[in-house]
Design a protein around this ligand. Structure first.
Ligand SMILES: [Mn+2]
Length: 379
């Protein structure tokens, strides 16, 4: 049998570094991704989707139109059964989003789990499903601990929201699931939600991750899972459903490579990318100046560009003095460069202030000022 595993849609997530309009677009993208998961199921004759919690970013603050959209998508695919549990972001509570709509308006093909322990059998699919919804934000217990290691001819699938208790990479308050759990409870498959990137713990235990990222480093997918009893499940990432790409790149610039690198970036047009570029390295004052001037131009190539610029001016008194030869300010610059090289500053500064950054800024200001007055004189 085949099913799709998904989780962590985080509908309602607010992107504080983006505009209001972009937030609307990003939310619409999220719904489009969810719809694409259903479309993939339909096109591939997959009749079961399991959603492992955190469908909403905040179950207490989510809005009615948001759950209505989810229910509408589900009802558009009546031939697909949907099993949905809640996570720690949208846990079951009196005022939570799932209780704002009368359950009789939930589509018939949605099996929404309200309990912490629920067992379902589908003889047509040959599966037995053990599902557990969360009822709180935090917990130090394993939400699936109630599952018995029973023997059955049915394919045993557990659905939960929590962390696998891997030493050093889980929070003990995040519903830890003991190591080797699937094997101990004779599960054919353990479908987990909570971690935002795809993670395979063993042949039978997977996190699908978030299908539409909310952060850099989210590398999630919806998963197509194929299981034959007593065999290793075959798990495939479903490609091409996420709407926006979140992508990070790092460059170390020097006077020889910076032009090529910038040209290449300037030619990139990725309007559905949210990009973070980190620049590091050293440039001569003149090149640093050119480089800084181009940076704002790059923004239009992306849906949103975050630049982390750690490039510093290479102290080269000769170059600077050539530009500013005629001026007494040349000696000021020499002094600044000396300061940059020295360990100590002649004045007290507050902690956390980057000395080099301040000196670079001062050098650039002086350079800009003289560059401008030079052009004025030329005219
Ligand atoms: Mn979670």
């Amino acid at each position: 049998m085949k099913f799709i595993q998904t989780s962590d849609w985080h509908i309602g997530y607010y992107f504080s570094s983006f505009t209001k309009e972009q937030n609307i677009e990003l939310e619409n993208a999220r719904f489009k991704t969810i719809e694409s998961i259903f479309l993939h199921a339909k096109n591939n004759n997959i009749s079961l989707i399991i959603s492992a919690g955190d469908q909403f970013e905040n179950g207490l603050l989510a809005e009615e139109y948001q759950i209505k959209k989810v229910l509408e998508i589900i009802s558009n695919y009546p031939e697909i059964k949907v099993i949905m549990i809640t996570g720690n972001h949208d846990f079951i509570a009196p005022g939570c989003i799932y209780n704002k709509i009368d359950k009789k308006h939930f589509p018939e093909n949605l099996i929404f789990i309200e309990d912490t322990q629920r067992t379902l059998e589908f003889s047509d699919l040959g599966v037995k499903i053990y599902a557990s919804s969360l009822k709180s934000k935090n917990g130090s217990h394993n939400p699936l601990d109630w599952i018995e290691p029973e023997d059955t001819d049915l394919i045993k699938i557990a659905v939960g929201h929590g962390s696998i208790a891997i030493e050093g990479s889980h929070n003990p308050n995040d519903f830890p699931i003991e190591l080797g759990f699937a094997k101990k409870r004779k599960l054919d498959y353990l479908a987990l939600g909570h971690w935002h990137s795809f993670f395979k713990y063993d042949d039978h235990s997977y996190f699908s991750g978030i299908p539409e990222p909310i952060q850099f480093k989210n590398q999630g997918y919806a998963l197509e899972v194929e299981i034959v009893k007593n065999k290793k499940p075959i798990v495939r990432e479903i490609k091409g459903i996420s709407q926006f790409k979140w992508d990070e790149e790092n460059f170390v610039l020097n006077d020889g490579n910076y032009k090529n690198i910038i040209d290449k970036i300037a030619k990139n047009k990725e309007l559905k990318s949210i990009k973070k570029i980190k620049f590091d390295g050293y440039l001569m004052l003149k090149n640093f100046h050119d480089f800084k001037k181009i940076l704002p131009d790059l923004e239009k190539n992306y849906y949103k560009l975050f630049i982390e610029n750690k490039v510093k001016i290479k102290p080269d008194p000769e170059e600077i003095k050539n530009i500013l030869d005629s001026s007494y300010i040349g000696s000021v610059i020499e002094k600044l460069i000396e300061l940059k090289k020295s360990e100590k500053l002649p004045v007290e500064t507050e902690q956390g202030i980057d000395k080099e950054e301040i000196i670079d800024k001062a050098l650039l200001l002086i350079y800009d000022y003289y560059k401008n007055s030079e052009t004025k004189n030329d005219n």
